[in-house]
Design a binder for this molecule. Structure first.
Ligand SMILES: *[C@@H]1O[C@H](CO)[C@@H](O)[C@H](O)[C@H]1NC(C)=O
Ligand SMILES: *[C@@H]1O[C@H](CO)[C@@H](O)[C@H](O)[C@H]1NC(C)=O
Ligand SMILES: *[C@@H]1O[C@H](CO)[C@@H](O)[C@H](O)[C@H]1NC(C)=O
Ligand SMILES: *[C@@H]1O[C@H](CO)[C@@H](O)[C@H](O)[C@H]1NC(C)=O
Ligand SMILES: *[C@@H]1O[C@H](CO)[C@@H](O)[C@H](O)[C@H]1NC(C)=O
Ligand SMILES: *[C@@H]1O[C@H](CO)[C@@H](O)[C@H](O)[C@H]1NC(C)=O
Ligand SMILES: *[C@@H]1O[C@H](CO)[C@@H](O)[C@H](O)[C@H]1NC(C)=O
Length: 651
């Protein structure tokens, strides 16, 4: 049938055509003989890993890429290459060559020369001169000890790899002949201990690697001349000093990696000029301080890694100016103090990693420590010392999706502590320290109600009857408040004002039904007072059982007194007691102390002696030696240290 023969004709034609094509290809492949024992693939002739003496005597002319690696070659016969006009890439790594080999007349066509893992001891103009088209030169893992000026002829070299040699010095001008082409320079694992200032005059260099050298100190202007540089790696150098302007001139820098060094502080001095920096990696250093205006020049920063350092305090000023910051890593530090407002201004932050620090009261007592972070999606707090979570702990975190609280010995979680986080998708909590009393009734119910599956592994430590039971295996009736082992504040310290030079006491009491040992601390403006004079007392009290009913409980009441002697203006602040036992910490309210200057005898306006414009002496007839500088009658007196003396007594 016509309708069938028509397609058949087409098919027959197609077969003939395919055969023709195959013949053409076959003849091309025939001219590409593959010399045994090498193998071929496309334009690559692979003669790697051969036994000595197995290298073919002639290499086919079609070769574009040639692999001669892993052959124990000590010398190369240049006649082997005399016809290889198409050769563009040659791998000679893992041999025993002691110099850059002569690759014959067509060396000028080679763009990639891999000589890593040989025994080359120096780079010489003469040996490199024939490679007029060279773009990539890999001399990693050789025995080069220095780079002298006049090592490189003028080459179009873009990538130069010198990792893992023994280079201890770079002579001024050594890279001059590469300055118009070089884009990537790797000098990791060498023995550089100093980097001469302005040694890198490489206006096209984009990536510079200097990790694992011995540079302890970077002087100002060291990297001047690298306007195009986008990334710099200087990990594992033992760097301890970065002088002012160390990175000045790197006006297009995006990524700076300084991990595993010995840096102790972040300051604007060394960050000077890094106006386009997006990522700063400072992990595994010894940083204990971030200077107040550190980030003045780095306002484009998106990622900051400060993990594994010695930070113990995050101050109000620590992150000022980082309004574009997206990720902040502070895990594995010693952070215990987080100032009010430390995260203010981090309006773009999406992830905050605070794992493995010493955080406790920030979560237990502060009012919305993270409330400025309204874009935050991930918060890592695992491995801290958090024992209780309150409703205020996470307030303001409206966008939070992931919260990790695992590896904290959490004892109590206030009802609705997580419910304001409407976008929560993952909650990690594992604790076997829970105080399973009536306050915790809500937790298993809430967890069960969540559409996502919270990773909550929580078991009771108290009361004794429930010890070791998962909260999910405790029935609602079993969550009862028969006792209160966690201290409860019964007497709060009181706000007061005192005269300068007098003694002040603050008193605070707490009760607990447990006989677990109690510890007491006083804080001033959120800082623990380590040297303070504190007196503690305990007394037993019998509670409940009114009218002879059963269920009398013995309660221990503890009182702690903070004695401040001879108060100064600097004693002013907010004082708070913290009373803790095995079952948790209780924080009192904060009592304010105001200090006034020493009250003098009434000074009547008749006794005011004009001294200067707006300043008067008060003449005290009962004490002829007392002459006080005073403001004029009725003037307003300032607060704080600049206050006027005895202003209250002026009449
Ligand atoms: C190799 O070099 C020769 C002259 O040096 C030139 O004529 C030829 O085009 C080059 N071949 C390639 C593939 O670059
Ligand atoms: C630059 O290269 C030329 C040869 O191309 C060489 O003679 C000269 O010494 C080199 N200069 C430097 C500073 O390396
Ligand atoms: C860092 O400095 C300390 C003392 O300042 C020193 O003991 C330590 O060896 C240094 N570490 C490195 C890696 O240089
Ligand atoms: C932060 O730096 C440390 C090394 O100092 C590294 O192990 C960790 O992976 C880095 N974190 C991120 C998120 O880059
Ligand atoms: C919490 O989980 C971690 C592993 O995710 C485990 O190492 C740790 O022992 C757990 N802690 C408790 C109290 O279950
Ligand atoms: C819960 O924690 C206990 C130990 O604290 C552990 O044995 C158990 O495997 C954990 N379960 C889950 C689901 O993580
Ligand atoms: C304040 O305490 C000191 C002891 O440090 C004591 O000598 C002094 O009398 C006390 N002052 C008053 C007014 O109680």
């Amino acid at each position: 049938m016509w309708s069938l023969t028509q397609p058949r004709t087409v098919a027959r034609f197609a077969v003939v055509f395919l055969l023709f094509v195959r013949l053409q290809r076959g003849s091309a492949a025939n001219t590409r003989t593959c010399p045994p024992p090498c193998s071929c693939s496309g334009e690559l002739l692979d003669c790697s890993r051969l036994k000595r003496g197995q290298i073919p005597e002639t290499i086919p002319e079609w070769t574009v890429q040639l692999d001669l690696s892993h052959n124990k070659l000590q010398v190369l016969d240049s006649t082997l290459f005399s016809k290889l006009q198409h050769l563009s890439e040659i791998k000679l790594n893992h041999n025993e060559l002691e110099a850059v080999p002569d690759l014959g007349p067509y060396a000028s066509n080679i763009t990639t020369l891999i000589l890593a893992n040989n025994r080359i001891t120096k780079i010489s103009v003469e040996q490199l001169r024939p490679f007029l088209a060279l773009e990539t030169l890999d001399l990693s893992n050789n025995n080069i000890v220095d780079i002298k000026a006049s090592s490189f002829p003028t080459l179009p070299l873009k990538n130069l790899f010198l990792n893992n040699n023994r280079i201890s010095s770079l002579e001024t001008g050594c890279f001059t002949n590469l300055s118009s082409s070089l884009q990537v320079l790797r000098l990791n694992r060498n023995r550089l201990s100093t980097i001469p200032a302005k040694i890198f005059q490489l206006p096209n260099l984009q990536h510079l690697e200097l990790s694992r050298n011995r540079v302890r100190r970077v002087e100002g202007l060291t990297f001047h001349g690298l306007h195009a540089l986008r990334s710099l790696k200087m990990q594992r150098n033992g760097l301890s000093r970065l002088m002012d302007g160390a990175f000045w001139g790197l006006s297009n820098m995006e990524v700076l990696q300084l991990d595993y060094n010995n840096l102790t502080e972040v300051s604007k001095g060394w960050l000077y000029g890094l106006l386009t920096l997006q990522q700063l990696h400072l992990g595994h250093n010894a940083i204990s301080r971030i200077r107040p205006d550190a980030w003045e020049f780095c306002q484009k920063l998106g990622e900051l890694n400060l993990s594994s350092n010695h930070l113990s305090r995050l101050e109000e000023s620590s992150f000022v100016g980082l309004s574009l910051l997206d990720e902040l890593h502070i895990g594995n530090n010693r952070v215990s103090f987080i100032a009010d407002g430390a995260f203010r201004g981090l309006s773009n932050l999406q992830m905050l990693d605070l794992q493995k620090n010493e955080i406790s009261w920030t979560i237990e007592d502060m009012n919305g420590p993270f409330s400025a972070l309204d874009k935050l999606k991930k918060l890592f707090l695992q491995g801290n010392q958090i024992r209780s979570v309150t409703k205020k702990s996470f307030s303001g975190l409206d966008a939070l999706q992931h919260l990790d609280l695992s590896n904290n010995a959490i004892m109590s979680v206030q009802a609705n502590a997580f419910s304001q986080m409407k976008n929560l998708q993952e909650l990690r909590l594992n604790t076997s320290s829970l105080l399973c009393d009536c306050q915790l009734k809500w937790l298993p119910v809430w967890v069960a109600e969540q559409t996502f599956l919270p990773c909550v592994n929580a078991s009771c430590a108290h009361p004794q009857m429930l010890k070791g039971r998962s909260v999910f295996a405790v029935s609602q009736e079993e969550f009862v408040c028969d006792d209160f082992p966690k201290p409860q504040i019964t007497v709060q310290p009181e706000t007061q004002s005192a005269l300068k030079g007098t003694n002040v006491t603050f008193v605070c009491s707490a009760a607990s039904s447990s006989d677990s040992p109690m510890t007491f601390a006083w804080k001033k403006d959120n800082e623990v007072l380590n040297e303070a004079e504190i007196h503690n007392q305990a007394h037993l009290r019998v509670q409940g059982g009114a009218g002879g009913a059963v269920g009398e409980t013995e309660v221990t009441e503890y009182t702690t007194t903070l004695q401040l002697r001879n108060v100064e203006f600097s004693s002013e602040g907010k004082y708070q007691c913290v009373i803790s036992n095995h079952f948790g910490s209780s924080y009192s309210t904060k009592a304010r102390l105001t200090v006034n200057s020493k009250q003098t005898k009434m000074c009547h306006s008749t006794l005011l002696v004009p001294f200067q414009t707006n300043l008067f002496y008060c003449y005290d007839p009962s004490n002829r030696n007392t002459l006080l500088l005073a403001p004029p009658h009725g003037s307003h007196c300032g607060q704080g240290r600049n206050r006027c003396p005895a202003v209250h007594s002026w009449r």
